[in-house]
Write a protein that binds this ligand. Structure first.
Ligand code: SF4
Length: 359
């Protein structure tokens, strides 16, 4: 893809209303910023320009790359396919352990955004043999207007759309942004309100509300990731509560990715997650009733493949990112014929598993 170095700026945003004294209220996420004229909001890409909320993340992006879908991670979505991935500057959370802080928490990243229209992205996706678009790296809802434009264009040409999200979004906006989204991986960064605030500068409760909404009121395919940070969110009691909540509220077929932390950004004094912690957490999740519990960021013998929960036969073999071998027959286990929920279709546009199949 060819980019110019001058992104479009000042595109009028959605999901806001005017307040007194020229301030505006952004209604896109639970942070509810109220920037004064001339001020940027918390997520950097939205700002008050003369009493209007505008976005600088329109026809613009950062970090364009063709990735294996497994890298998002999304394990029950078109295994072996590639997605054209990008994000923007800014984020609506301020995670102290962010692995993309040079994009998400740096004003300098605004100047690095490149011009990219939906048409340019689709041409790049096709030329790089991508089956879908991935809105990722930072929180995609902060550029929700552009996500909607790209996702609509992608669907019209037979590409699928996925998000990698922190789940920090107001539901009225999510209802619009997720209309053309096929699958999402949401980071569930812990299960303690106070620790969540310290780690992310955001509240946990809205994330749980969003997850319930996504699961019960949409057909978007949902997977979760929890990064296990030693001493912060890896206690057995907390993990037990988190995984039981997922099983009860979102269903036991919701894939959960438990991934290893490495020191980054402002959390440099915390050690890497040991393999034993991941293995123990997986046992807790399985005991809570979750059927698909994967391990990531460490080379381990377990937690890579998709096993049939009914008979234990391997249904999808994963040998590194993008090297998946699917043994399913019409979405069913090749051993016993039990349905394995997911987004397996190989046609022009993937079709999500039915709601019943996920239960
Ligand atoms: S999307 Fe950005 S501007 Fe809007 S409330 Fe959230 S952080 Fe603030």
């Amino acid at each position: 893809m060819t980019h110019s170095s001058s992104p479009s700026i000042g595109h009028e945003a959605r999901w806001w209303r005017p307040l007194e004294n020229g301030r505006v209220l952004c209604e896109l996420c639970p942070r509810e910023c109220r920037p004064a004229p001339g001020q940027r909001a918390y997520c950097l890409v939205r700002r008050n320009e003369g009493g209007r909320l505008v976005t600088d993340a329109w026809n613009a992006g950062l970090g364009f790359a063709a990735d294996p879908i497994e890298k998002k991670p999304l394990y029950h979505v078109r295994p072996g396919s590639r997605v054209l991935s990008f994000g923007t500057a800014g984020c609506n959370l301020g995670c102290v352990h962010c692995q993309n802080a040079s994009m998400s928490q740096s004003k300098a990243a605004l100047a690095r955004m490149e011009h990219a229209t939906p048409g340019m992205l689709l041409r790049a996706a096709k030329s790089q043999n991508c089956a879908g678009l991935a809105f990722t790296y930072n929180e995609p809802v902060i550029f929700g207007e552009f996500v909607m434009a790209c996702a609509e264009a992608a669907r019209a040409t037979g590409l699928y759309n996925v998000m990698v999200s922190n789940g920090y979004v107001a539901l009225p906006a999510a209802r619009e942004i997720y209309q053309q989204i096929d699958a999402v991986n949401v980071d569930l960064k812990g299960f303690r309100e106070d620790a969540h605030r310290k780690l992310t500068r955001g509240r946990l409760a809205p994330v749980l509300d969003f997850l319930r909404w996504l699961r019960h009121e949409t057909t978007v395919w949902l997977e979760l990731t929890t990064l296990l940070i030693p001493g912060h969110n890896d206690g057995a009691e907390e993990l037990g509560e988190l995984t039981r909540w997922v099983a009860d509220e979102l269903g036991p077929d919701t894939p959960l990715h438990l991934t290893a932390f490495h020191p980054d950004h402002r959390l440099l004094d915390v050690p890497r997650t040991p393999a034993e912690t991941l293995l123990r957490a997986r046992q807790i999740a399985l005991a809570a009733g979750l059927r698909y519990v994967y391990l990531g960021n460490l080379p381990l013998a377990e937690g890579n493949d998709t096993l049939c929960p009914a008979c234990g036969v391997v249904c999808v073999v994963r040998d590194g990112w993008g090297e998946s071998s699917v043994r399913l027959v019409d979405g069913c286990c090749p051993g016993c014929g039990a349905g394995v929920p997911g987004f397996w279709a190989t046609g022009a546009r993937a079709v999500a598993g039915t709601r019943d199949a996920r239960r």
